[in-house]
Design a protein around this ligand. Sequence first.
Ligand code: ADP
Length: 423
Amino acid sequence: MTTVLGCIADDFTGATDLAGLLARSGVQVSLRIGVPDGPPDDTKPFEVIALKSRTAPVYEAVEDARAALRWLRDAGAARYFWKYCSTFDSTAEGNIGPVAEALMANLGAEQTIYCPAFPENGRSIFMGNLFVGRQLLAESPMKDHPLTPMRDSNLMRLLEPQVTRPVGLADRLTVARGAGALKAELDRLKADGVAHVVVDAVANDDLEIIAEACRDMVLMTGGSAVAMPLPGLYLADGTLAADAPKAEAPRLAPETIVLSGSCSAMTNKQVAAYLATGAQGYRLDPAELAEHGPQAALDWLAGQDLAAAPLVYATADPASVKAAQERLGRDRAGEIVEQALAACAVAARDRGARRFIVAGGETSGAVTKALGVARLDIGAEIAPGVPWTFCESGGHRIALTLKSGNFGAEGFFTDAQEKLGAA
Ligand code: ADP
């Protein structure tokens, strides 16, 4: 089927988040991990390509985005969306601005918008300043991010050094006057040569107005939330046929494995809550893994009833993580744990597991790679930004959900199983 909207995301869990929000409308959404090698096949109305370019060198991020654009163009897309983090994670050089400008050049677009707002998750923009909850971005924990510390909250000032053409603002007062007023303001800015327009949004209603005003732009950029209204708008105006096939969940065997490599505060609570339900769990110890490898975990798994959805986890409190990192080095500790969880995923699949619940962004990358997954069809949402997905692994149809860091409620592992059970 011809692609209506081609999306490019700068990281994997961000791509899953966007795909999940687009799929809320019931339309078919496909997510590809990296730019596919071959020409477009079995394309869906909404295609999302997940890159790994958030902190890559600028030229590499630009080249990857251009390759994704070529593939999406071949898939028939006429409109595009460049998705980055709702906290505008970037450095003085990029990669948000340079990628947007390169895509604009290739598409012949004179103007695009920047709207990372995600009100449901507490990200809002007022007078061009980005807030995380009640705090300005530069006063939020993002100021200490290890890779992309955000030391300014003003999106125009953040964007200016990243692009070559003028930057402007369409503020909340304009957005509040509706899609017509916003469109007129964008046209006025365009006549003044403003190519990059930051758009304020503090609530979901604002996002509806922005999506309505910008739905025919050849390129929109933002967080996932501003794209959420697009499927409904395209269905309403016939861009997407009302009888386009809906996303469907395949029937799958009940065998399930839960794999947790995230050490976020919420994942720690989710693991504790799941064990408290009486679920069987095996705790991976990085030091033990470094010495003896994952065999003990694999042996434990071999004795488990997969229909009871056992859990293998490395999730630990900050002090234990610090101790493991001091002993093994941060990267080595992470790598050892990721590889052990990936090995458990493959072993579980070979023993009949068809449902996989995975916690952790990097962990998800390692598990999908080991399972040989290159493409995911998006299903029902379990928690905001975390959908079930369906894909092929080792010749089997499987369901996979990939949850990063703090996403999901405390009962996430049980919620996920119930959601799929009902599908
Ligand atoms: P999140 O989405 O919460 O950031 P990630 O999977 O992206 O989770 O990152 C967690 C990292 O921590 C992974 O590299 C994982 O292998 C590593 N890790 C998990 N458990 C431990 C542990 N007990 N000690 C040290 N590192 C760990």
